[in-house]
Write a protein that binds this ligand. Structure first.
Ligand code: 13P
Ligand code: ZN
Length: 272
């Protein structure tokens, strides 16, 4: 089969385009990566042409030998659906998890996303804590979440609680809450370490004044998570725009009732 016919490639392209249509990917903003299953690598094996090994800049031994489909650095999400072979690349990691080579795509040159260190370190943590079921890491420049990072304290407890309060199903969709990374220079090891530390505990990490990272088992769950958090942030922005306080809201006791009926565990640290 042709590379672009593979189900995981189709799912990746659809998700990138959905993100573009949401308005989360101005210019080259945002990036997406998928940890490819061994049997999916075999489906496209005859289309692969390995290039030169290059350093990743970090070490991810827990991902040694794995393959990833990733967006390219400087590539526009709006172009993914039109020219996937130019916007996307599949990479292979070496046996130490320290070097990568492009095995498909990025045909006009270029390299994987500048946020590859954050993507790979998040994948490594999520693979470990999920027992291997997590496969998608998604970074988007979500307008309303970014706006909130200018007016709310940059604390996990505050963001989690405010976002939970804005839509009844939020605590069911992200019961572990969300983490917040203070402003840092993007693209490097330091922000990757800070983000992956939060990913041990959460599926969502907010980057102050920049955007969000979401992690999930598949494209639907990861896109749905990003969408749910950002919609909740939009409701909070609208609410704060009408008046600074709430006349009524969902209370800690309401959350405990919800947790019981929906069979989720909500950490008490968020129910202050
Ligand atoms: P890339 O084009 O290198 O993926 O960077 C976009 C971005 O959002 C950086 O945080
Ligand atoms: Zn970004």
């Amino acid at each position: 089969m042709g590379f672009l016919d593979a189900g995981f490639v189709q799912g990746f392209i659809r998700m990138a385009n959905d993100g573009w249509e949401q308005g989360w990917h101005e210019r080259n903003g945002g990036n997406l990566s998928y940890r490819v299953r061994p049997e999916e690598v075999e489906e496209v094996r005859e289309c692969l042409a390995p290039g030169e090994w290059q350093p990743v800049g970090i070490s991810v031994p827990g991902l040694a030998g794995e393959y990833f489909l990733v967006t390219g650095s400087g590539k526009y999400f709006r172009n993914v659906i039109l020219k996937p072979e130019d916007s996307l690349g599949m990479i292979e990691l070496d046996g130490a998890g320290e070097n990568y080579r492009i095995v498909w795509g990025l045909v006009s040159g270029g390299r994987p996303t500048s946020e590859l260190p954050s993507h790979l370190m998040n994948h490594e943590v999520k693979k470990e804590v999920s027992g291997g079921t997590y496969r998608v890491i998604y970074h988007a420049h979500t307008t309303n979440v970014i706006a909130l990072t200018f007016v709310l304290p940059l604390k996990d407890e505050v963001f989690t609680r405010e976002l939970w309060e804005m839509a009844t199903e939020c605590p069911v969709v992200f019961p572990d809450g969300v983490g917040v990374v203070p402003w840092m220079v993007p693209g490097g090891r330091e922000i990757a370490v800070a983000t992956s530390r939060l990913m041990r505990q959460y599926d969502v990490a907010i980057w102050a004044h920049h955007g969000m990272f979401a992690a999930g088992e598949d494209f639907d769950l990861t896109f749905g998570l990003m969408h749910t958090v950002e919609k909740s942030a939009e409701i909070l922005v609208k609410t704060l725009s009408m008046r600074p306080d709430k006349l009524q809201t969902i209370t800690p006791e309401n959350f405990r009732d919800l947790a019981r009926d929906f069979h989720v565990t909500l950490p008490e640290r968020f129910l202050y």
